[in-house]
Write a protein of this length. Structure first.
Ligand SMILES: N[C@@H](CCC(=O)N[C@@H](CS)C(=O)NCC(=O)O)C(=O)O
Length: 255
């Protein structure tokens, strides 16, 4: 695995009240022990708050191409957006990326599949528009939830189960190659988020995805990550983020 420890610290720019997509980045930063500042979570008089996020997105002259949306990462002069790109970059710098170029492309493939799953999970509670409150699109959400739960959720989790099961190089313990990579952290976060949002439906599907459950448990025990998850740096799941628990959208509890 390539290991280039970076000197200097990373700056993460992400909405300070939610895990959201920023959490995929935070997990890579925390697990690798990288030095970073979660800029928007600093007090405003120390350069924090939402202002710096907006500023960086609007400054097309200094940042080319300027980011369209957070999460955003600053590493020295480099400004990057798109969760999958940021996670890959940090992972390559800190030793959490696969060793070969081909496997790094395969990691992209898996990360973008996670990103697709994130969009679909979000769209269950916001099927009409991200600009409207859930309360303004509850009827449409109630129509969208059943097929997500019965078709998409098992398809995504089943897919990751099959990828782990086929990875003989990793003794069927991780997604890619012989060791855990940042992609395992992303699938961990996806599973945790779906479990929070749809506990009944998740439990039903997870009963048939034992390798995925083992992977999630193993990631959960990684030393730095465990320390992070227990710290107040980990923002609890809530009903402002991507993974929201609205009981009326979940399926019934398995008897
Ligand atoms: N594909 C992008 C999506 C970024 C994104 O949708 N960010 C959300 C927060 S999680 C946002 O603030 N979007 C504002 C917008 O789309 O206008 C990624 O994976 O990073």
């Amino acid at each position: 695995m390539a290991m280039t420890k970076r000197r200097g610290r990373y700056e993460l720019y992400y909405w300070p009240f939610i895990q959201g997509r920023g959490e995929f980045v935070r997990l890579v930063l925390e697990d690798s022990g990288a030095e970073y500042v979660d800029v928007a979570r600093l007090p405003e008089d120390q350069g924090g708050g939402l202002g710096p996020i907006v500023e960086i997105m609007q400054d097309h002259l200094r940042h080319h191409p300027a980011p369209f949306a957070p999460p955003i990462l600053k590493a020295g002069d480099l400004v990057l957006a798109q969760t999958a790109v940021i996670c890959r970059f940090i992972a390559e710098e800190t030793g959490l990326a696969p060793a070969t170029a081909a496997d790094r492309l395969r990691a992209d493939q898996l990360m973008l599949t996670v990103a697709d799953a994130v969009v679909e999970t979000h769209d269950v509670h916001h099927p009409i528009s991200g600009g409207l409150y859930y309360e303004d699109q509850k009827d449409e959400a109630a129509r969208r939830a059943p097929t997500f739960i019965s078709e998409r959720l098992p398809k995504y989790l089943g897919y990751f189960e099959s990828v782990i099961s086929a990875n003989s190089a990793g003794k069927r313990r991780c997604l890619l190659g012989s060791d855990a990579t940042y992609v395992d952290l992303a699938v961990f976060q996806l599973a945790k988020g779906i479990e929070y949002a749809f506990p009944n439906s998740f439990a039903r599907v997870a009963a048939g995805t034992p390798r995925l459950s083992e992977l999630v448990a193993r990631v959960d025990e990684r030393t730095r990550l465990r320390e992070y998850l227990e710290s107040d740096r980990r923002i609890p799941f809530n009903e402002w983020g991507i993974f929201r628990h609205y009981p009326e959208l979940d399926g019934p509890k398995t008897p």
